[in-house]
Write a new protein. Structure first.
Lengths: 116, 110
């Protein structure tokens, strides 16, 4: 299957600082990538759809000024959690589909963010 | 709005004890139903895509089937390494994003 790489896998940051998470499609180009958040023992919650060369589309209730998404190339999307607070601590996962948004998605390894 | 319901929420099996996980869905024009496996602290791993009722796919001890209302993931003679959360997702209509169920946490013991 296709490979999606996410980095870092774990990060601890101080409250008030910003953290950037990278998501790369290693063996295919992705015009669309997706960012999810997952709470313990819960399913994935879609945060936003990242579109190459244009603005991201955020789900209802997700603060776009807090969760900045940049999709500068066909193989890289970044999620920046700005002015992080302890309540932003969570597991963040990205995905991409080799065939676009209408086919199976492949996921990155996830990033465990802890804000202290 | 697309909806996905998975049952049971959790399942404990002994090694070799076969069982099935259920994924019921409501979608306007199914374009694909997907099964994923997720281990703790990891991203979901793709298992299967099913597109139309009657379709079946197999991989090792896993077999996925699809009807017009639900999908089953059959696990035959499971081993402890099959322990994980199994997620079901659908893509419907003109949507470009998946709708996920809450998953089934499977534990296989010796």
């Amino acid at each position: 299957g296709a490979v999606v790489s996410q980095h870092p896998s774990r990060v601890i940051c101080k409250s008030g600082t910003s953290v950037k998470i990278e998501c790369r499609s290693l063996d295919f180009q992705a015009t669309t990538m997706f960012w999810y958040r997952q709470f313990p023992k819960q399913s994935l919650m879609l945060m936003a759809t990242s579109n190459e060369g244009s603005k991201a589309t955020y789900e209802q209730g997700v603060e776009k000024d807090k969760f900045l998404i940049n999709h500068a190339s066909l193989t890289l999307s970044t999620l920046t959690v700005t002015s992080a607070h302890p309540e932003d601590s969570s597991f963040y996962i990205c995905s991409a589909s080799p065939g676009g948004g209408g086919t199976e998605a492949f996921f990155g390894q996830g990033t465990r963010l802890t804000v202290v | 709005e697309d909806q996905v319901t998975q049952s049971p929420e959790a399942l404990r099996l002994q090694e070799g004890e076969s069982s099935s996980l259920n994924c019921s869905y409501t979608v306007s024009g199914l374009r694909g139903l997907f099964w994923y496996r997720q281990d703790p602290g990891k991203g979901p791993e793709f298992l299967f895509t099913l597109y139309s009722a009657g379709e079946e796919k197999e991989k090792e001890r896993l077999k996925a089937t699809l009807t017009k209302k639900e999908s089953f993931l059959h696990i035959t003679a499971p081993k402890p390494e099959d322990s994980a959360t199994y997620l079901c997702a659908v893509l419907g209509g003109t949507a470009s994003k998946l709708t996920f169920g809450t998953g089934t946490r499977l534990q296989v013991t010796l």
